[in-house]
Ligand binder design. Sequence first.
Ligand code: PYC
Length: 331
Amino acid sequence: MRHTFFCIDGHTAGNPVRLVAGGAPLLKGASMSERRQDFLTRFDWIRTGLCFEPRGHDMMSGGFLYPPTRDDTDIGILFIETSGCLPMCGHGTIGMVTFGLEHGLIQPAVSGQLRIEVPAGVIDVAYETDGAKVTSVRITNVPAYVAARGIEVDVEGIGPLSIDVAYGGNYYAIVEPQGRYTGLDDLGAAEIIALSGRVREAVRAQFEPVHPLDPTIRGVSHVLWADVPRGDGADGRNAVFYGDKAIDRSPCGTGTSARLAHLADKGRLAVGDRFVHESYIGSRFIGRVEAGTTLGDTPAIIPSIEGSAIATGFNTIWIDRDDRFWNGFQV
Ligand code: PYC
């Protein structure tokens, strides 16, 4: 049996975005969070088939547009990625909004603005166009907060580290320069990937964050190596590890949100401050601490992230059960 998926492929700040414009499964659930659980239970083969090799690769990421479950939103998004179905993805949202608007798949009620339901909650989007193309997308994200401070780990290859965990739509182990981690220039990509897997395991062995309002969002999934910027005009740089072998080519929207909450918690950013975040390959997002808030009893911030995306082409993808690798593989 052959399933056909009509995709618009592209990238946000260098990281891939595959918008699956045709072929989305019908999902059960009264919210995008419940639909995410239904997708994971019944349709995860679509994610692995579209994201893993031979149709994808270690960094592959994207999602589907759905009618929202709430009257106060324009559209719903379900994210797919090599590591799973993320509760929220910043670079993915920037890409899917850009391609969706440029190809008429998203019809905003008010030009320049969208309210989007994602599994992690509701986000607001403001976008600009030059008439034909979307030139910038700014996401006012779900609340971000610091979940743990000073988790002590001893990691083979880099030694003792003190790690904070922050949430920006996913949970991030944040590693600041310290001890034998002197900055990203001293680590190659292969080393970052090997060390990140060990850091994530060491943190997971001690702490499992659970979202104060949605217990289906839990666990450290990403590692953010923080550093000073390389180029003029940026305020910080990172390498964000996700899945088993990926370094985000973009500055990572949820990672930037987590980092904004982290820096605000340390008193290094205040409400109204802007923070230009540079990725491992030098691409940038503009982050802002928009407001202070609370998540349950926990102090939090409302972050925003701004960037742009480029569509690179249409891609009609078949998943054929006669193909030995119909649901993908990872090596
Ligand atoms: O931009 O939020 C993001 C993201 C998550 C994983 C890769 N990119």
